[in-house]
Design a protein around this ligand. Sequence first.
Ligand SMILES: Cc1cc2nc3c(=O)[nH]c(=O)nc-3n(C[C@H](O)[C@H](O)[C@H](O)COP(=O)(O)OP(=O)(O)OC[C@H]3O[C@@H](n4cnc5c(N)ncnc54)[C@H](O)[C@@H]3O)c2cc1C
Length: 312
Amino acid sequence: MVKSNMLISKSVNFAAELEKAVPAQRLLIDEPMSKHTTFRIGGPADYFVLPETVQEVADVLHIAKQFAVPVTVLGNGSNVLVLDRGIRGLVLKFGPEMANIRHSGNTVFAGAGALLANVSRYAAQYDLTGFEFAIGIPGSIGGAVFMNAGAYDGDMSQVVQAVTAVCQDGGVKRFEREALNFGYRHSVFQETGCLICEVELALEKGINTSIRGRLDDYTEKRQTKQPIEMPSAGSTFKRPQGHFAGTLIEKAGLKGVSVGGAQVSTKHAGFIINAGDATAQDVLALICKVQDSVYKQFGVSLHPEVRILGDA
Ligand SMILES: Cc1cc2nc3c(=O)[nH]c(=O)nc-3n(C[C@H](O)[C@H](O)[C@H](O)COP(=O)(O)OP(=O)(O)OC[C@H]3O[C@@H](n4cnc5c(N)ncnc54)[C@H](O)[C@@H]3O)c2cc1C
């Protein structure tokens, strides 16, 4: 009884402190994460904050540290599976509130919440080339740096010049290209826990018609080959060396196989889709089923590319 009273007063104090850092309309309690993920899956976050400035991010992190409240970051929620009981502690979402895009010469500066499609279109508008690959990736630029997202032979490592981030102590830090430690679907931020706030891209002057041609081409390819009309988190698994996950899954006869509302897409076996009211548990069970079957038939281990967040 004493313990629960202490916990309640602690959380009341925490919420009160947060309200000093961000206005009440950008601080939500028990916010369902299914509203913020492209899978349309995920239980509630205890506290959910939409920061507008780097200073707000730093202030919120500082308060969370004082109260020992765990912090989780979300961009556009297009590469995450949030579990059914949701996320304990605080979720900071980088969305349209931190999505300013500008440029100087061939350098584009984008707030972490800027959507990749908007950055691609912005670059095209100013005849800047090098970011066309990102047109159809439905993430924020912060999430894309974290994941080193890529497509059509391009990825973030080829264009990111520097990143400004807020680290766990609340300090603002600039990471130059050499410090970003990019690898296949990997960046230094998967180790540091720093929150990406602004990204600088080094692009090149290009020819407008060629840039727009590539944007159209990539968009059409996605529309015909990927189940973009269904909720998902994109490719479920990382590419195993020497193979394509989708091809192995298809060859294993798993296209269309489902567990509850989760289904291996019939359009592209590399995607698990939410075919209707899927729970995170359904998706996890289907991931295991696919991993087992592919391993038994081909001896290849599949590892999820999708980041799993929260409590089961
Ligand atoms: C239909 C579809 C197609 C896709 N196609 C591709 C593709 O071609 N190539 C590809 O690489 N990916 C693809 N994806 C996956 C996804 O879009 C990318 O990984 C994207 O970059 C994730 O960005 P996000 O903002 O949605 O990140 P989220 O899903 O919100 O987060 C992903 C990870 O990044 C962390 N993160 C997010 N923002 C920040 C930040 N500001 N600071 C620190 N950490 C942060 C999160 O904590 C989480 O661990 C696809 C997804 C879908 C649904």
